[in-house]
Design a protein around this ligand. Structure first.
Ligand code: 5GP
Ligand code: ZN
Length: 114
């Protein structure tokens, strides 16, 4: 999508620190990290949010989670644990409307009962 920030990051038109890429999925460091490790995972196919993504092509959600799992095993963050968050719409706090999954790790995370 032409005017989408994350589509531009995928194309390299806006610089980012890439940490993972395969045919369908791209991952890069969040510019404003909320934990010691904070990576954003996105599908290369543009969608507005995870609800739209699921309605259009549910397999795309699985592709992103497969990439997250590969990354977690590769980087050995599964043992200590990590968190995956996707914000949807205004009340969810979504600010970029290209579906993305925050992967937070590297320290004890607070909130959500922790
Ligand atoms: P949201 O609030 O939509 O769930 O998450 C958007 C995330 O994108 C935020 O955590 C924000 O820090 C990150 N972000 C916004 N603009 C950029 C950018 O230009 N580069 C990178 N790497 N992250 C960005
Ligand atoms: Zn996009």
């Amino acid at each position: 999508m032409e005017d989408c920030l994350f589509c531009k990051i995928i194309k390299g038109e806006i610089p980012s620190t890439k940490v993972f890429e395969n045919e369908n999925v791209f991952a890069f460091k969040d510019i404003n990290p909320l934990a010691k490790g904070h990576i954003l995972f996105i599908h290369k196919k543009h969608s507005h949010d995870v609800v739209e993504m699921t309605q259009k092509e549910p397999a795309d959600v699985a592709e992103v989670f497969r990439a997250i799992s590969e990354f977690a095993l590769d980087q050995k963050i599964k043992e200590d644990g990590f968190r995956v968050v996707t914000n949807i719409g205004k009340h969810g706090g979504q600010t970029v409307y290209h579906t993305h999954f925050h992967v937070l790790f590297g320290e004890q995370l607070k909130g959500f009962g922790a």
